[in-house]
Ligand binder design. Structure first.
Ligand code: AMP
Length: 126
């Protein structure tokens, strides 16, 4: 699939659509998910045109891959999630349930996620 430069996260990166930003550096932007499934549900996106993890892992320059994953760690730390823990999810393609085709990582925290490893956390999970 070709990257669509008008996908919603590309538009957020360009500042055309607002977001509730929690972190930004040269490599990544992090903001609150519009439909949170946990007390903390933040999306981290790289500053580059990559459809999903497959595209990002294969085609992004080493510095961006490194900077992006360091940013994910910084976001979790900045949100105070390290001591209690958190979950990272990235959906790729139809079987992964991907809806927005700009690579992103979901960061879930603030409660126990349980062990439904094949699924996204549910907002009703306790
Ligand atoms: P997925 O592609 O399956 O990983 O899901 C895309 C995620 O983006 C969903 O959790 C949506 O709630 C979230 N989302 C969609 N539009 C926005 C937006 N404008 N701001 C924040 N989050 C969004």
């Amino acid at each position: 699939m070709a990257y669509d430069p008008d996908n919603i996260f590309a538009r957020i990166l360009r500042g055309e659509i607002p977001c509730k930003r929690v972190f930004e550096d040269d490599f990544a932007l992090a903001f609150h998910d519009i439909n949170p499934l946990a007390p903390v549900h933040v999306l981290v996106i790289p500053k580059g045109p990559y459809v999903s993890n497959a595209d990002f892992a294969a085609n992004a320059p080493d510095g961006l891959v490194l900077g992006f994953w360091r940013a994910v760690g910084k976001v979790a730390n900045q949100l105070g999630l390290d001591p209690e823990g958190y979950r990272i999810v990235s959906n790729h393609g139809p079987n992964g349930g991907q809806l927005v085709f700009h690579f992103h990582v979901h960061l879930f925290g603030g409660r126990t996620m349980g062990h439904r490893m094949g699924n996204m956390p549910r907002s009703t999970d306790t």
